[in-house]
Design a protein. Structure first.
Length: 220
């Protein structure tokens, strides 16, 4: 998949030659990956799906009648062909409009862990490869949560029940319990391995910004 990731990097750099990182949203990160899949594998657009309902075995719904959409959680992107089956969640971690201000890096890390749990469970029940795909700037790079469970951003992660229990006792603890209700009883870890980590170079990038891709799945 190295060619796919390189094509994706080129598309991101082309976008950032024309737009600043602050002016684009996470959707742009998704759509460039969509285009990279088309280019790399000569696919038809209909073969790639955006915002797909997760496999229902991944979660136990809250059955909240007032939030029907939230009881049908989606995954960002799915490709399901005879030769390639993948799903992916995306993140865009960057500075805000105040260049000298701070961002909630721990909140973003927990968001990433949530997405890795979702993607890994979907992969388990759909038998495909799952990825968390992220563009992150200098503000996020090197961040380390105050625990010994996971390393600094970005690195390979082991997501365990012990880590989740620890984080649930912290101030930043917004995990989606619908997915924990499935993941926790499995008594397995999720392994998230960095498979691509390259610096993006473009006219509008002034500080270090990287494309980071994790392959993430349940430990067998």
């Amino acid at each position: 998949m190295k060619v796919l990731f390189e094509n994706y990097k080129e598309l991101l750099e082309e976008r950032l030659n024309h737009k600043t990182l602050l002016s684009i949203g996470e959707d742009s990160i998704r759509y460039d990956f969509f285009l990279a899949l088309l280019k790399t594998y000569n696919l038809k657009p209909y073969q790639i799906e955006i915002e797909v309902a997760l496999n229902p075995n991944c979660f136990i719904p809250n059955l909240n009648e007032k939030s029907k959409r939230s009881e049908k959680p989606m995954i960002d992107l799915v490709l399901n062909t005879s030769s390639l089956k993948i799903c992916a969640e995306f993140g865009l971690f960057r500075q805000n409009s105040n260049k000298d201000g701070t961002i909630d890096k721990t909140k973003r890390t927990v968001k990433m862990i949530n997405d890795m749990i979702r993607a890994s469970l979907h992969s388990e029940f759909e038998a495909n490869k799952s990825f968390f795909i992220c563009v992150a700037d200098k503000k996020m790079l090197g961040h380390k949560m105050r625990n010994n469970f996971i390393g600094k951003f970005p690195s390979d992660y082991i997501i365990s029940n012990d880590f989740i229990k620890h984080q649930l006792q912290q101030r930043t603890n917004k995990f989606d319990h619908r997915f924990l209700a499935v993941f926790s009883p499995l008594n397995k870890n999720i392994k998230s391995r960095v498979v691509y980590n390259e610096e993006l170079k473009a006219i509008n990038i002034k500080e270090e910004t990287r494309l980071i891709i994790w392959e993430t799945n349940l430990d067998k």
